[in-house]
Design a protein around this ligand. Structure first.
Ligand code: HEC
Length: 170
């Protein structure tokens, strides 16, 4: 009986395909994905993938892999060691949510987000100098005092980073 329960639990998350059976042109699948996303994901990621609690999805870059299989696993199993827990959804539901995430990526590409360092009118050269002086001692791969921020722009939105820096008075 216990084995059966374990098998059932695994079955809920099993992934049988490598790639998404749905395309962005599948309007019904996209609408369902949007609805599921607005229920399960919006709190942390926001409908645009950049608001919410600041975990960034409005970018084509994926820290944990960008293939359909890898993003599927991020959604279904979560990202260990972070707030992002797994979601015990049906396979079909995960593919539809993933379709909506692809739509968010497309929109971000259209706006040039996540690609252009100067999109906000900031100065990346000055920013790098400030980072070297004020942040690098703690927030780099070589240091163990704080988290490595090398790819932070890919996983946290601009607003979230701005707010976090304001709070630490940089
Ligand atoms: C409780 C907050 C929370 C919820 C709810 C949540 N996420 Fe996340 N998610 C995060 C955080 C935080 C990260 C960044 C993990 C990291 O630092 O690598 C993340 C990472 C991800 C990633 C990987 C991004 C990358 O760069 O590889 C994907 C994809 C993702 N989430 C999609 C979703 C989807 C789709 C849902 C809804 C089914 C969802 N998340 C629900 C907080 C959340």
């Amino acid at each position: 009986m216990r084995l059966l329960l374990v098998l059932l639990a695994l079955g809920a998350n099993a992934q049988t395909r490598e790639t998404n059976p749905y395309a962005l042109t599948d309007r019904d699948a996209l609408a369902t994905g949007r609805k599921l996303y607005s229920f399960y994901c919006v709190f942390c990621h926001g409908m645009d993938g950049a608001s919410g609690r600041g975990a960034q999805l409005a970018s084509p870059y994926r820290k944990h892999g960008s293939s359909d299989r890898e993003v599927y696993r991020s959604i279904a199993d979560g990202v260990p060691g972070t707030e992002m827990t797994g979601h015990p959804l049906e396979e079909d539901e995960v593919w539809k949510i993933l379709l909506f995430v692809r739509q968010i990526e497309q929109n971000a590409l259209g706006r040039g987000q996540g690609c252009r360092a100067d999109a906000s009118g900031g100065d990346p050269v000055k920013g790098a100098a400030v980072f070297q002086n004020a942040c690098r001692n703690c927030n780099s791969a070589a240091s163990r005092l704080g988290p490595d921020l090398a790819a932070i722009g890919a996983t946290r939105s601009r607003e979230h980073l701005r707010e976090s820096m304001r709070m630490s008075q940089i």
